[in-house]
Design a protein around this ligand. Structure first.
Ligand code: PEP
Length: 252
């Protein structure tokens, strides 16, 4: 059985006051052992979120890491070793905003994935197609290509302790959501692709859906057989709504 995971990507949002409010709201949520919740604050707030949520079971993640696993001379970057030190158990790699706006390529994404794992942090590999790619019928090729580029470098075993998030770019922050059937079709394709390498990994790896997940659509999405939870952006900035999304993952 795969334990559902609900992950909140705060992106580049929040002031100290906003973060304090969010921590307060999150710490009041009733969580169960059946579903995991992890939040991904901006780097500069990770430390205070770790302190603020110390008494809760909410896990901590970062939105990115350096290609180099250990701390060193790399101005402006954050090493996975430093993330480990401040209590991060997860890190997002290959988010579409980094791929498309900051021009991160598959090679860089694979290096970041490896750096995270080297430091004992679970990478959450984000994959997803643009609207143009979907309209051109290339969705499966694009997402499998993004996955394969990591498998080719690190082997399928690397996914024994990793998470994959399918996030159609056209659905991120747009209010458009893939229908549960559309999302399930891609998740099924991804799991079958992983199965072509290893049954064990295919059964174990958690595949999250991301793209305008809200309290009102989460249950239907998370109810699909190959969707093991969600990566949530905008709606994770509201503790109550994030709580509703979290509970939807437990209703499968
Ligand atoms: C995201 O950025 O990972 C995301 C899914 O954002 P949103 O939920 O706002 O679409």
């Amino acid at each position: 059985m795969r334990k559902p995971l609900v992950a909140g990507n705060w992106k580049m949002h929040g002031t100290r006051a906003d973060v304090a409010e969010l921590i307060e709201g999150l710490s009041k949520l009733a969580l169960s052992d059946e579903v995991e919740m992890v939040v991904f604050p901006p780097f500069l707030f990770i430390d205070r979120v770790e302190v603020g949520l110390a008494d809760s079971s909410i896990g901590l993640g970062a939105q990115d890491c350096a290609v180099q696993p250990e701390q060193g001379a790399l101005t402006g970057e954050i090493a996975a070793s430093q993330l480990r030190d401040v209590g991060c158990g997860y890190v997002l790699v290959g988010h579409s905003e980094r791929r498309l706006i900051l021009l991160e390529d598959d090679d860089t994404v694979a290096k970041k994935f490896a750096s995270a794992q080297k430091m004992g942090i679970v990478p959450v590999l984000c994959v997803g197609e643009t609207r143009e790619q979907r309209e051109a019928g290339k969705t499966f090729d694009v997402v499998k290509g993004q996955l394969k580029s990591v498998i080719d470098v690190l082997g399928i075993e690397a996914f024994e302790s990793a998470v994959v998030a399918y996030e159609p770019v056209w659905a991120i922050g747009t209010g458009l959501t893939a229908t549960p059937d559309e999302a399930q079709a891609v998740h099924q394709e991804l799991r079958q692709f992983i199965r072509s390498y290893s049954n064990v990994v295919a059964d174990k790896v958690r595949l999250l859906y991301g793209g305008s997940v809200k309290g009102g659509n989460a249950a239907e999405l998370f109810g699909m057989p190959d969707i093991d939870g969600g990566l949530v952006g905008g709606a994770s900035l509201n503790a109550n709504e994030f709580g509703v999304i979290y509970h939807a993952a437990g209703s499968k």
